[in-house]
Design a protein around this ligand. Structure first.
Ligand code: F6R
Length: 235
């Protein structure tokens, strides 16, 4: 486990860009991507870089159930806006939130992940320690599932919607077992409201109550943390 401490998320984005460049140099071809506010500065840095993803594949962690790709609140729209518009990939995969047959959609997405093993996986972390939308209690060997979002996640996501009632209650998310298959993982966390989750993830017991704690068992994981997110670590 390597911890990179940064002053703020701008510097974090530059460190993440350096890791992306290194991965590309090593031949990485499949990139696991995240949404939310955390990767914003990373995507900005990628957009301003000379990296070319036109022969690469991206696979996103999750999508809200019920939202179509055209919906401005969908994670698909987020990715177009923040990255794909400027840096298109050869193929970009996200779960299809409009597929009402959850079993079919989850099996379809798991097949995509199995056929395109992720070289480099980017992660954020929820205040409750979730990765993807694998909320506390999710199985460590899980594959893509329809997940009921917890109150904590709904509250955190409400900032992106005009009304709290509009926040989707369910998401399709890659499972922890699939996330752990990535050859290299980078988790970024910024701000005080991530400090508890980061302390438990890095220094606490490995437990499904803190889904990200399983990363302690991954052979190749980086954390980029600002001072606040790292403030509760003992070292
Ligand atoms: C998003 C995702 C989530 C977020 C997490 C943190 O694709 O998988 O795990 O990374 O909820 O969200 P932000 O970055 O908005 O604090």
């Amino acid at each position: 486990m390597k911890i990179i401490r940064v002053k703020d998320e701008i510097e974090g984005g530059q460190e993440a860009l350096a890791l992306f460049k290194d991965q590309v140099k090593q031949g990485a071809h499949v990139f696991g991507l995240a949404t939310g506010s955390t990767p914003n500065t990373t995507y900005q840095a990628l957009c301003q870089s000379d990296l070319d993803f036109s022969e690469a594949i991206s696979i996103n962690l999750d999508e809200y159930v019920g939202l179509s790709h055209n919906d401005p609140q969908s994670y698909y729209s987020y990715m177009v806006e923040h990255l794909f518009k400027q840096k298109p990939f050869k193929h970009s995969y996200l779960p299809d939130g409009t597929n009402e047959d959850a079993d079919e959609e989850c099996q379809r997405y798991s097949r995509i992940i199995a056929q395109n093993p992720v070289d480099f996986q980017l992660l954020g972390i929820g205040r409750n320690g979730h990765i993807g939308f694998n909320e506390p209690g999710s199985p460590f060997d899980g594959t893509t599932r329809k997940i009921k979002l917890t109150e904590s996640t709904l509250n955190a996501n409400a900032r992106f919607f005009a009304n709290e009632a509009d926040v989707p209650r369910y998401a399709y998310s890659m499972g922890i077992g699939e996330i752990m298959q990535a050859k290299t993982i980078l988790l970024e966390a910024y701000g005080m409201n991530k400090a508890d989750a980061i302390q438990k993830t890095i220094e606490g017991p490995v437990t499904p109550n803190v889904p990200a704690s399983i990363l302690q068992k991954h052979p190749n994981v980086y954390f980029i943390l600002d001072e606040e997110a790292a403030s509760k670590l003992s070292k």
